[in-house]
Design a binder for this molecule. Structure first.
Ligand code: ZN
Length: 488
């Protein structure tokens, strides 16, 4: 009992210090470790498997919509960055450079890629000649580097894993359709697999990708009320095509620039999932991506273990055969200690069998999301587990949706109101959450809100829950209705 208490104490409560809670939770769950390179982490097996499952869900949908994977080099010549002016300005401060190799100084510095529009643009200019070569629909799974000043495991690291889609099209219309299609795929994966509700929308010009005509995002609310940009999809227009001279001969015999898109999601989805669902006991993982969906633990006195195992072993095999990711914890620890450990790791279902359960022909299922326990008949246990996994997945989404609604504020009209709202929430140690407000379209208003409240524009939602007529900062006529929030 003493040991159990100490165990949970090692995780800082969310209400005390959310960032501390996050670090404690991912460390205790053994998802990652720090390394001697600042801002670069190890994805340990459970952390990496979360990524593999997100990857699989994304990759299937990319392929279903006609995309194929390729791989481009990690090193990018400096001159490539000069070809798209906004792009170089946007990324230059964050680039690590290779200046020496083979014991000699390089003639041209090589950057560790922050994203691959430049390299891929260079190749596309050679591969695309005619309308017959279009569209080009390529995705890359890779690591990228952005030398961030402040890092946070999974959410912002100097090196991270991601996918970047890069497509080229004959027309603007087709490229814009692609941009929207991929944004929708992101929404679907994040909502269905990770149980995180998101807002789809357009970024303001200040927040858009360096070199894009339009940037769209999905935005998610964490449990501390901050936002995470969980995925982006960009319509790049002819900007990169002009920079890299990607032209094609169209059906009308005219030489034209292609229209390109790019779209990306990264390992920050792992961090988001933890911050949306976790609680004071540790992680709560959505069943669809959890590395372990069910952990089986025998309970009761050791002298009756043999009797228990006669039911335990066949059930383990049956669950496995049904495609459920099941693990048996047969270590010589107390059941209480094991319960804590697997709760902390976020395993959706704990399945217990003791001698009395065997007598009653039952097993006990304990849910991680609600803490509830139910007894199920042993013969039907596989189906019961499957149904419960589905129910947990749905419940986690609904819970996150209810939380988001509770912390979304639609009635704040002026900057003074916003400041008062933030002060009130901070006084009562509450969460300021998100604010839906009008915006006149001026950079200066966006900047003013940011400087005075640290709230930034998240996106202009396609389907806002309300429409605003006046600008939050200047009171002038609103051009758009925007989500404002603090963000990671
Ligand atoms: Zn304004």
């Amino acid at each position: 009992m003493k040991q159990e208490k100490a165990f949970v104490k090692e995780i800082t409560p969310q209400s005390k210090d959310f960032s501390r809670w996050y670090i404690d939770a991912i460390k205790k769950a053994d998802l990652m470790d720090y390394t001697s390179v600042r801002g670069c982490i190890v994805f340990k097996p459970d952390g990496y498997e979360l990524w593999e499952r997100i990857q699989a869900a994304m990759d299937q949908r990319f392929k279903d919509t006609g995309h194929r994977n390729a791989y481009f080099p990690m090193l990018i010549p400096e001159s490539f960055f000069q070809k798209e002016k906004e792009h170089v300005e946007g990324f230059n401060p964050e680039l690590p450079w290779v200046t020496e190799a083979g014991g000699e100084k390089l003639e041209e510095r090589l950057a560790l890629r922050p994203t691959s529009e430049t390299t891929i643009g260079q190749m596309y200019s050679q591969w695309i000649q005619s309308y017959r070569d279009l569209p080009v629909l390529i995705n890359q799974w890779a690591n990228v580097f952005r030398w961030e000043k402040r890092t946070m495991p999974f959410l912002r690291t100097s090196e991270f894993l991601w996918q970047e889609g890069h497509t080229a099209h004959a027309t603007e219309e087709e490229a814009r359709q692609e941009t929207m299609q991929m944004l929708e795929i992101y929404r679907e994966v994040v909502e269905q697999e990770l149980a995180i509700p998101v807002w789809k929308g357009k970024k303001t010009p200040r927040e858009r990708f360096a070199g894009a005509v339009d940037t769209y995002s999905i935005e998610a609310m964490m449990k501390d009320g901050k936002a995470v940009q969980a995925g982006t999809s960009h319509y790049l227009g002819e900007n990169f095509a002009k920079g890299f001279d990607i032209k094609f001969l169209d059906r009308d015999n005219q030489l034209k620039y292609v229209h390109t898109t790019s779209w990306g999601t990264s390992t920050r989805l792992i961090g988001s999932m933890i911050m949306v669902h976790g609680d004071d006991r540790g992680l709560v993982l959505p069943p669809r991506v959890a590395p372990t969906q069910v952990v089986m633990i025998p309970v009761g006195p050791a002298k009756l273990r043999e009797k228990v195992m006669e039911q335990f072993d066949p059930l383990f095999d049956a669950l496995k055969a049904a495609g459920i990711r099941v693990r048996a914890d047969l270590r010589e620890e107390t059941p209480g200690w094991k319960f804590n450990e697997w709760e902390m790791r976020g395993v959706p279902i704990r399945l217990e069998i003791g001698p009395r359960d065997v007598d009653k022909n039952q097993a006990i299922l304990a849910r991680r999301d609600t803490g509830e326990k139910v007894a199920v008949v042993l013969d039907g246990a596989v189906q019961s587990v499957k149904d419960l996994l589905d129910e947990i997945q749905q419940n986690m989404f609904q819970k996150a949706l209810a939380f988001r609604e509770q912390h979304s504020h639609l009635g704040i009209e002026t900057l003074e109101d916003l400041k008062e709202h933030i002060a009130n929430k901070e006084n009562e140690q509450g969460i300021p959450g998100w604010v839906l407000a009008g915006w006149c379209g001026e950079d200066s208003c966006e900047l003013k809100v940011k400087e005075e409240t640290k709230f930034t524009t998240r996106n202009i939602p396609f389907a806002p829950p309300a429409t605003k007529s006046t600008c939050l900062a200047c009171g002038g006529e609103a051009q758009d209705t925007v989500w404002f929030a603090r963000s990671y």
